[in-house]
Design a protein around this ligand. Sequence first.
Ligand SMILES: Nc1ncnc2c1ncn2[C@@H]1O[C@H](COP(=O)(O)OP(=O)(O)O)[C@@H](O)[C@H]1O
Ligand SMILES: [Mg+2]
Length: 342
Amino acid sequence: MTGTELLELRDVTVTFTSGGLLSRRNPITAIDSISFQLSRGETLGLVGESGSGKSTTARAILRLADVDDGSIRFDGAEVTEFGRRTPLWYRRSVQAVFQDPKSSLNPRHVAARAVTNTLRRHGVKSRSARNEAAAEAFERVGLLPAHLYRYPSELSGGQQQRVAIARALALDSDLVICDEAVSALDLSTQAQIINLLADLQHSADLSYLFIAHDLGVVRDICDRIVVMYLGTVVETASNKLLFEHPKHPYTRALLAATPASHPRARERRRTRRAAHRDSRMTSTPPRGGEGCPFRLRCSSVMDVCETVTPPLQTLRDGSEVACHIYSEPQTSVAVAGCSEEA
Ligand SMILES: Nc1ncnc2c1ncn2[C@@H]1O[C@H](COP(=O)(O)OP(=O)(O)O)[C@@H](O)[C@H]1O
Ligand SMILES: [Mg+2]
């Protein structure tokens, strides 16, 4: 992490209304006033269970979802104030790698064209320069020259994802958003792709927004982690703090659900999971309402959680948490109570 801010989201809200009358009256707040920053050269993890708003956050940054409120600043520019057409420099700087590479590659084009077409769209006129750049990009992501002329169906899932990464990197981008980019791959391929992303980061001075529902994956690659729940940010912390001293009860529940390789750690997690299950109710409160969004599943719920939405506050160790347990007057007692449970 270099400490220079590249991306800053401040109070970003995205709502969806579909065609139905009911939905028009009750739009879904997919992300509700979320804020976080990403520094140059940093890998920031964005985690949370399915439906927590991770992909909507990515789509808002990529300008694939309309932002209702708030600010997205990238390298000094206000992204929400771009006109209908996203400037070419921004489309070059911010790239994405999605979960299913097959659906983002044209089945009728050989793999090289994923890169050469992108270069053409970005104004590289010479065909030989495009071909040369594609060959170079394939080499950087560990593909062989022969793979350039294969169709997506002739490549494995890991190789297809390497092509998607080659395309994302061919343009000398600054930020790559990986939305569940390794989730569909088997464990050993996952590890290879994560190593590749880490190697490329050092050689190309890249920042990553690394989205995953699995904390295990995030632990291996991320410097800092943002935890989302029901469209809100509930905790942000460095990798070390988050895994060693998780604060929000939801983060603790997520950690308890992460597979552990050591049998004793597995046993500890089983106990924690059981405790969490017992304390949990099945329903969730409506999005955007009053009170803590996690209150119906929280084992440490208090009266205040029913009526007051906890703000994201910065703690002394530098982490941020949106939980009444950490409100000033009760901090020491509540934190001690929480650590016991862990
Ligand atoms: N295009 C859309 N139209 C309506 N609702 C949507 C749309 N995209 C996402 N949502 C809703 O927004 C919420 C967050 O979704 P998403 O950002 O995909 O979560 P995640 O990526 O964390 O699984 C969910 O309730 C989802 O159903
Ligand atoms: Mg998603």
